[in-house]
Design a protein around this ligand. Structure first.
Ligand code: SF4
Length: 178
C-alpha cells in the first residue's frame, strides 16, 4: 500500500487575529515536502466550492458549497489552513481527515483527469479591499490595505500575509460566476 503524499506534518492552532476574544481558531498544517503537485487532482475531484490558481499554487475549498460554508480549507505548497476550528480536539479531527483526503486523491491520481483552471475572471482589487479591515496596520508587510489587495489579486500566495482577511468571504468572492 502506498504511504501517500503527506507523511510528516506539524499542526499549529492560531487564534483569529481580527477577532480578539473570539472562540474559534485557525489550524495550520505545515509540511516539509511540497504538496502542490496534488492540487490539480484535488481541484478536479473535490466536491463543493473549489477555486484554484495554478500559477500561485493555492487552492481554496469549502465542502458544503456556496450556500453552506462551514469550513474553509486553504492549500498552499507547504501548508494547509483550516478555519474556523473550535478547539484542539476538533483541530486534530479535521487535520486527520484532510490528510487522509489529500493522500487518497494522490493515490488515485492515475484515475483522475487533472484540472488546472480555476474560476475566472478574478475579482477587482477594490472588491478584495472591501473585505479587509482597512486599518493599514502594515503587519502584512504592505504599507496599506489597498496595496495588499492589489498584490493578492495578482498572487493568491500572499493571502496568508494578512491574518485579518476572512478566508470564507475571499473564497466566495473569487468563486463568483460572472
Ligand atoms: S492588509 Fe495588511 S495592512 Fe491591511 S489589515 Fe491586513 S495586515 Fe493590516
Amino acid at each position: 500500500m502506498s504511504l501517500g503524499l503527506i507523511q510528516e506534518y506539524e499542526m499549529k492552532l492560531s487564534p483569529p487575529g481580527c477577532h480578539p476574544g473570539a472562540n474559534w481558531y485557525r489550524v495550520f498544517i505545515a509540511m516539509v515536502n511540497d504538496i502542490s503537485e496534488v492540487f490539480p487532482y484535488l481541484n478536479a475531484d473535490l466536491k463543493g466550492l473549489v477555486d484554484y490558481d495554478h500559477q500561485s499554487k493555492i487552492l481554496l475549498w469549502s465542502p458544503g458549497g456556496k450556500e453552506k460554508i462551514e469550513k474553509i480549507y486553504a492549500f498552499r505548497a507547504h501548508e494547509i489552513g483550516i478555519t474556523p476550528i473550535s478547539d484542539r480536539d476538533e483541530a486534530k479531527e479535521f487535520t486527520g481527515k484532510i490528510i487522509d483526503i489529500v493522500n487518497d486523491v494522490w493515490n488515485r491520481r492515475g484515475e483522475i483527469q487533472p484540472k488546472f483552471e480555476g474560476n475566472r475572471p478574478l475579482p477587482s482589487a477594490l472588491d478584495i479591499y472591501k473585505l479587509l479591515p482597512r486599518t493599514n496596520c502594515k503587519e502584512c508587510g504592505f504599507l496599506t490595505c489597498m496595496a495588499f489587495a492589489v498584490a493578492l489579486r495578482n498572487d493568491f500566495n500572499t493571502l496568508s500575509l494578512c491574518t485579518y482577511m476572512p478566508e470564507d468571504a475571499f473564497l466566495k468572492l473569487v468563486s463568483q460566476e460572472q
